[in-house]
Design a protein around this ligand. Structure first.
Ligand code: IFM
Length: 445
């Protein structure tokens, strides 16, 4: 009789990374500039002026990194393709050297017994496309489809499943609404056409990937949303935040419609961005999996600034990571059950495509082990209630470039000394390896 901590036989254990956060080599082999190269050069944009120019030097050290993955006993590796490596200006023919890099990577992963799970877009838009409006320009969705076809035609014979986008919520809000990520635009709600165009890009790419017989996933950053108090004002604020963070990026894909955007004060056609027929393109009834990136729940209160629909407030009396994020593992169970309640039969199988935490410890990282263990238990609890979760990819294999935080937040199972590029597995690495062998959630408490 399986107990609550067993996981399904085919459940995949993985780690996740992203191109700009680990590759470096930004000027090599014909790679074009990305919005993140530009943003990092802007004074004050990234903490201490850090950049991804070298990052983990994975572009040169990938054999060592795959050896670390093989030693972990991974089933899968989620990474992203750098669009400006494949298409330096975001249009036109592929850069042969760029595709060749991913070709080598995929072959080496397969030789190590690891299934590659590439993400096509993890925020490093070619700068040339940003110069034409970036994701605010509808044409970027069509350029993305062309790029997806180039990548799939080269790698699709060995790569069975593809993630189109990573966290369009974070890219839209941090990059276009608040300006704290690249491309650094602070348009508030007028950023939302960038969300629609990313979803359109997902839909166009999903169609052509499916036409090639490939599986398609979308990775969304999802969070259970709780009102700070049961007052009507806090409830309304929580509803508005849930609309923005979760439903705006999942409803159109799974249900073929946007949620009611009234709580955000945004017109239904998202400032004219939504054209007739778009939702048919975005709706992906045959989506093969929803990628869930989960870090923490969110507590929301009525706004103190009447120009905004909500305030985000801290969750007291729980541990926090070095990033200051609250640690509430049972919220993962809540989220997975809520997804089933919300989407019912429209919900495809789930994969946790990111989960992890930043910790202060150099090598001994008990806080990371506790975080991962308790979240895996929360995942297993959801599976015993019938939620179909196919795999778990922890963020991240290596300490890496954590966007506006530079190298200050360390998420790796493997410590990286950014002076020497020396990799040293942490205690959590050995722990995760044992867990993969045992193939069950750890029953941490
Ligand atoms: O590092 C990021 C990743 O790029 C996207 N999801 C969240 C991670 C931690 O902030």
């Amino acid at each position: 009789m399986p107990d609550r901590f067993d996981l399904p036989a085919g459940f995949r254990w993985g780690v996740a990374t992203a191109a700009y956060q680990i590759e470096g080599a930004v000027d090599e082999d014909g790679r074009g500039p990305s919005v993140w190269d530009t943003f990092c050069a802007r004074p004050g944009a990234v903490r201490d002026g850090h950049t991804g120019a070298v990052a983990c030097d994975h572009y040169h050290r990938w054999p060592e990194d795959i050896a670390l993955m093989k030693d972990l006993g991974l089933d899968g590796y989620r990474f992203s393709l750098a669009w400006p490596r494949v298409q330096p200006t975001g249009t036109g023919p592929a850069n042969p050297a760029g595709l060749a890099f991913y070709d080598r990577l995929v072959d080496a992963l397969l030789a190590a017994g690891i299934t590659p799970l590439p993400t096509l877009f993890h925020w490093d838009l070619p700068q040339a496309l940003e110069d034409r409006g970036g994701w605010l320009n509808r044409d970027t969705a069509h350029r993305f489809a062309d790029y997806a076809a180039l990548a799939a035609d080269r790698l699709g014979d060995r790569v069975p499943a593809w993630i189109t986008l990573n966290e369009p919520f974070v890219h839209t809000v941090f990059g276009y609404a608040l300006g704290i990520h690249a491309p650094g635009r602070a348009l508030m709600f007028e950023a939302l056409p960038a969300a629609h165009h990313q979803l359109l890009a997902h839909g166009l790419a999903a169609t052509l990937l499916h036409d090639r017989g490939l599986d398609v996933l979308l990775s969304n950053n999802l969070t259970p949303v709780h009102p700070a108090t049961p007052t009507p004002a806090d409830l309304a604020a929580a509803h508005a935040y849930d609309t923005l963070h979760n439903r705006l990026f999942t409803d159109p894909v799974l249900l073929g419609r946007y949620p009611d955007l009234t709580p955000l004060g945004v017109p239904d056609d998202i400032y004219g961005a939504v054209h007739p027929g778009d939702l048919d393109l975005i709706h992906t009834p045959g989506l093969d999996g929803l990628g869930v990136n989960f870090y923490n729940p969110t507590r929301v209160a009525a706004p103190t600034d009447p120009a905004l629909p909500f305030d985000l407030v801290d969750i007291p009396d729980v541990p926090h990571t070095t990033f200051g994020w609250p640690v509430v593992p049972e919220a993962l169970t809540t989220l997975l059950l809520h997804l089933r309640d919300t989407y019912g039969t429209a919900l495809p199988p789930l994969t946790i495509t990111e989960n992890g935490c930043s910790t202060p410890e150099p090598l001994d990282d008990p806080a990371r082990i506790t975080y991962l263990a308790t979240h895996l238990d929360a995942l297993a609890t959801a599976t015993t209630q019938g939620i179909d979760v196919r795999g778990y990819y922890t963020w991240s294999l290596l300490d890496n470039f954590e966007w506006a935080e530079g190298y200050h937040q360390r998420f790796g199972l493997v410590h990286v000394d950014f002076e020497t590029q020396r990799r040293t597995p942490r205690a959590s690495y050995a722990w995760y390896r044992r867990l993969i062998v045992a193939h069950r959630a750890p029953h941490a408490r």
